[in-house]
Design a protein around this ligand. Structure first.
Ligand code: NCD
Ligand code: ZN
Length: 345
């Protein structure tokens, strides 16, 4: 039995750091594990310009603990009035690694998102020409569509046409939750990839709704039925370079989750590697973990792999029931349970 695994240092290709005091307290959880992270731009106000992204990057860098080498990769929040010249300039200057498409009101802080995706096509054409990666929150927001069907419907209504209209545009279908998304990505070819979160590999919708409402298992897109979770586990552990690690760690304070209108988002950053590796172990795919965690993402984004490595060993790790952020309680994913792998360093 393999009891120790050393891999190139992983990256997190989908992450929410927030800003200000919360950001300063959550950055160390990520920086202890990952070399880089794609930092999502859904702040209030959102990160819509290269100038805002450069300033945000500086604030994140200032929060990285001394002795750790961590690089935030910034994204541009696309809106109905995105300036393609600013986006292209920001990408050329290395400020932007990608741009993020949120359908308006799809999720936390997405009110300024894109109201009509077809209207964004001139911006997507420019992104294709400049070879800028497009990250997509793939859910429709139409009120007549059931929340459990919103990802599948997004594929049919929007994603097929985006990929067909811009065949060279590199697209990351973010935090996929369905077998339909796995099938779409696989069939689309190498210019399309997907991130997969730890929560969607570990839980199905029962974890949110059975035995009382479980707000700490609520995120968007919501976890789906078991068949979809199994399809995601198969995709993540398949060795396909089209699937890679993206935690979608989305910190919200405990009191904002345990509320009459609880926030969507699971704080997965603190034990992210331990969580993912548990899945690969259960699937008998330890040898494929490095690809998913450390190699497929850089290959897709055309960035070098990290030079250094991390080691994990088989050992029990107790995840605390709560952690502290800005002196307040926050509940991490797997709170109060034990994971079977430990990050040694
Ligand atoms: C994210 C957040 O809180 O910013 N929430 C979530 O449930 N995943 C936004 C997102 O990625 O949808
Ligand atoms: Zn997210």
């Amino acid at each position: 039995m393999t009891d120790r695994l050393t891999i190139r240092r992983p990256d997190d290709w989908h992450l929410h750091f927030r800003d200000g005091a919360v950001m300063r307290d959550v950055v160390p959880f990520t920086a202890r594990q990952f070399g880089r992270a794609i930092v999502m731009p859904n702040l209030t106000p959102p990160v819509t310009s290269a100038a805002l992204a450069a300033a945000y990057r500086d604030r994140i860098m200032a929060a990285v603990p001394a002795g750790l080498h961590f690089t935030p990769l910034m994204t541009c929040y696309l809106t109905d009035s995105t300036d393609p010249d600013d986006l292209a300039r920001g990408a050329a200057e290395g400020v932007f690694t990608a741009a993020k498409l949120y359908p308006a009101n799809a999720t936390t802080n997405s009110a300024a998102g894109v109201s009509n995706i077809e209207n964004l096509f001139p911006v997507l054409a420019r992104m294709e020409a400049e070879d800028i990666v497009l990250c997509i929150h793939g859910e429709v927001t139409d009120h007549d569509i059931d929340v459990f069907d919103r990802e599948k419907e997004f594929i049919e209504r929007h994603l097929r046409s985006i990929v067909a209209t811009f065949p060279k545009l590199r697209v990351v279908f973010e935090h996929i939750t369905t077998g339909d998304a796995v099938d779409f990505v696989t069939a689309a070819g190498p210019q399309v990839a997907a991130t997969i979160t730890p929560q969607h590999l570990h839980i199905n919708r029962n974890a949110m709704l059975v035995g009382g409402m479980q707000p700490h298992n609520y995120c968007l897109p919501v976890a789906k039925r078991e068949t979809h979770r199994l399809a995601l586990r198969a995709a993540a552990t398949s060795g396909s370079p089209q699937f890679f690690l993206g935690t979608d760690s989305a910190p919200h304070l405990k009191r904002d989750k345990e509320s009459a209108c609880g926030c969507a988002g699971i704080f997965g950053a603190p034990f992210a590697l331990e969580s993912y590796l548990t899945v690969f172990d259960e699937e008998g795919a330890l040898e494929r973990f490095e690809g998913f965690a450390s190699l497929h993402g850089p290959a897709f984004y055309r960035l070098p792999v990290n030079e250094d490595s991390v080691t994990l060993e088989r050992a029990e790790v107790a995840v605390p029931p709560v952690l502290q952020v800005t002196g307040e309680d926050i509940v991490p994913f797997h709170a109060g349970t034990t994971l079977g792998w430990r990050l040694v360093g």
